[in-house]
Ligand binder design. Sequence first.
Ligand SMILES: [Zn+2]
Length: 142
Amino acid sequence: MKISIPQILYDQLIDYCRQQFPLKACGLLAGKQSDGVKHILKIYYVENRDKSRRYFTIDPKEQIQAVMDMNQKGLSPLGTFHSHPDKPAELSEGDLKMSMDKRASYVIVSLAERLPTLRSFQVSMSDGKAVAAEEEVEIKPL
Ligand SMILES: [Zn+2]
């Protein structure tokens, strides 16, 4: 699967992750899926209830509100994002354990280097183990 993010949403996402630094930022990705491409059309920024640089919990109330808003706007939930303030843009062991939805995209924004990195993964089960597969990310110019 490929994930396509408009430049303006990408810029906002990076800004948001930087604002939350050194805490982990998190949220939900919504949009439309067609021809094997997930078009991200809206990002819901959700408070990290853990207020931590190591862990994150998406506030369940805000999550329900976001999904209701998606339904109203005719958008589908396509995945989640969270930031890694000081680790590379890879799914950690803990991330893998929490990544149970094999249709969802798991986007990681790393702020470990001077330039931020964004990567996206899908997770599937293989021999009882969660395995991550990287997705192609397209940043769509304005
Ligand atoms: Zn993580």
